[in-house]
Design a protein around this ligand. Structure first.
Ligand code: SF4
Ligand code: SF4
Length: 278
């Protein structure tokens, strides 16, 4: 079973919960798909055993063969190529290139535009005790994390047990890509008006994707019923609550988490999700 831990925005406690959960249900597999800012390693402290480059093809124009007709630049949907016809020069903006391959497809001159690999990030694998650890790290300035996320998630093996996917924040393409791989989604939110607004966007997306899901309340305060009221209105279960406590905040700031304290209750949560997925 693959469970994605998502949230409508960053900073809601998504990684805190995902790492606590992966630790509680070990042997497990923790996959950090928040490739623009992966930080699960801070808490799980894995030993990295394998690192491989993630590359995609980008265009390279061969001056001797190019006729500077400009078709490749005209057809590039991201304006990553500019052909200066009068001076017979070309410019390429790698930070705009999505490696879609259209320029190579439309070029009418054989050998004028070739595709060369460009390193866009890395995929790392390792172990934190009996937690299998996987993460993607996107290079700064890359236009989209989606191909790296998809490549990382395809590395999840059939044999990998109890898979927890730490999704990117937000509700855009990287999250859609990640939730597509999940059997169940847990949406982490805080009981604040802003938190609930962002959660409502994530709920809409998860419903559109037709994934079974529930809410995890972070910074739970028994006197605050905002999130509970929202969940009731939307007919969504809140399956777990992480309390709002100084102890958790202090250990978080040191890169540590009180793993043992939540183990038993998180194992029960896992059993509950298994029942719902069957
Ligand atoms: S389409 Fe081909 S020949 Fe035309 S400008 Fe681009 S690389 Fe050169
Ligand atoms: S690969 Fe796609 S995005 Fe990149 S330059 Fe070619 S057409 Fe543009």
């Amino acid at each position: 079973m693959k469970i994605a831990i998502a949230s409508g925005k960053g900073g809601t406690g998504k990684t805190t919960f995902a790492t606590l959960f992966a630790h509680a249900i070990r042997p497990s597999t923790y996959v950090d798909a928040d490739v623009e800012e992966p930080n699960g390693h801070i808490f799980l402290k894995p030993e990295i055993e394998e690192e491989k480059d993630f590359s995609e093809l980008v265009p390279k124009i061969i001056d001797e063969k190019c006729t500077f007709c400009g078709i490749c630049a005209d057809e590039c949907p991201y304006k990553a190529l500019v052909i200066l016809k009068p001076t017979k020069k070309w410019l390429f903006f790698p930070e705009l290139c999505h490696s879609c391959g259209i320029c190579a497809y439309v070029c009418p001159v054989k050998g004028a535009l070739v595709e060369v690999p460009k390193k866009k990030g890395v995929i790392r694998k390792g172990k934190a005790g009996n937690i299998k650890f996987m993460e993607g790290i996107l290079n700064l300035g890359e236009p989209t994390p989606v191909p790296l996320i998809s490549s990382l998630l395809r590395e999840i093996d059939e044999k990998d047990q109890n898979v927890i996917i730490d999704a990117p924040p937000g509700t855009s393409c990287p999250v859609v890509e990640t939730l597509g791989f999940a059997d169940f989604v847990l949406l982490v939110s805080e009981p604040t008006p802003f938190g609930i607004y962002d959660l409502s966007l994530a709920v809409e997306l998860t419903r559109d994707l037709k994934k079974p899901f529930a809410i995890i309340e972070n910074k739970y305060n028994p006197d605050n019923h905002l999130l509970e009221d929202y969940a009731k209105k939307e007919n969504i279960d809140i399956l777990y609550r992480l309390p709002f406590e100084e102890e958790i905040a202090k250990s978080y700031s040191k890169g540590e988490l009180p793993f043992e304290r939540f183990e038993e209750s998180l194992r029960q949560l896992y059993e509950e999700i298994k029942r719902r997925v069957k």
